[in-house]
Design a protein around this ligand. Structure first.
Ligand code: ADP
Ligand code: MG
Length: 258
């Protein structure tokens, strides 16, 4: 396979250096105001950890970025492309942003390899052989090459989550979105998934990661965003956030989880 198929994408001339931008984003579920005037700009290569109490809007924000939910006002721009209601553009947005969920969301009736090749073949129209080679590359990268022909149900939780990361990487995304990727895992499997994420971060991948793994935040985050009641209450460097959070709400939250 030509090396270029799986080397990280290079910046094309004129490409946005802002990977993800949210401007005055609002989202309602019926009359419930779930996201309130969210503003966030994530430069290419930045690692952002998003934390906050349950129900504060973290998943909703991540899901709006990937157009799994629609926002009602404001702008979301992923890699220079607005996330619009235009369904024809959804595939484009989704292939720019790889998503990893709390519950893995692998297709149970497909092997790990088939999970990884599905979108490259059907969305990207990649020839099957090339897609398989790409998938094997990433499965090797997340250290589960030997599980390629197994079904998700035959893997441990940590292995399934690493397969889900490999699947997202196969679309060669510009941004990786993680929504509590380790919170459904048994404690002994958390580390293997975090290690995979740390190594991705080390390669310069832009990452937005909802997690309460504060060790991960300290180690890799450029910025910690704290949400509460649908708002971004604070965005700070990890050092500042942990040492002296500006907001009382963040201090209370940290006191509970640390
Ligand atoms: P978090 O991920 O921070 O725990 P969520 O983004 O999942 O929070 O949810 C934020 C708020 O929006 C919660 O109050 C939740 O009940 C509400 N919410 C989320 N999804 C829906 C939905 N599909 N319909 C109605 N309310 C929702
Ligand atoms: Mg959530």
């Amino acid at each position: 396979m030509p090396q270029a198929v799986y080397t990280p994408r290079r910046e094309a001339p004129g490409e946005s250096v802002v990977a993800v931008e949210l401007r005055d984003v609002n989202k309602w579920f019926g009359s419930f105001h779930a996201l309130k005037n969210i503003n966030l700009s994530v430069p290419r290569g930045q690692r952002v950890v998003i934390c906050g109490p349950s129900g504060s809007g973290k998943s909703t924000m991540i899901r709006c970025i990937n157009h799994l939910e629609e926002h009602q006002s404001g702008e979301i721009i992923v890699n220079g492309k607005p996330v619009t209601q235009d369904l024809r553009k959804v595939d484009e947005v989704r292939s720019n942003a790889g998503m990893v969920f709390q519950h893995f969301n692998l297709f149970p009736h497909l092997t790990v390899l088939e999970n990884c090749t599905l979108a490259p073949v059907w969305v990207r129209k990649m020839p099957r052989m090339a897609a398989e080679e790409l998938a094997r590359h990433y499965l090797d990268r997340v250290k589960i090459a030997e599980k390629a022909t197994n079904y998700p149900g035959q893997l441990s939780g940590g292995q399934q989550q690493r397969a889900a990361i490999a699947r997202a990487l196969c679309m060669n995304p510009r941004v990786m979105l993680f929504d509590e990727p380790t919170s459904a895992l048994d404690p002994e499997m958390v580390k293997e998934v975090l290690d995979t994420m740390v190594s991705l971060a080390g390669e310069g991948m832009t990452m937005l990661c909802v997690t309460h793994e504060m060790g991960f935040a300290r180690e890799v985050a450029d910025r910690v965003v704290f949400m509460d009641h649908g708002e971004i209450v604070e965005a700070n460097t990890p050092h500042e956030f942990f040492a002296n959070s500006r907001s009382e709400r963040a201090r209370q939250f940290l006191a509970q989880i640390l």
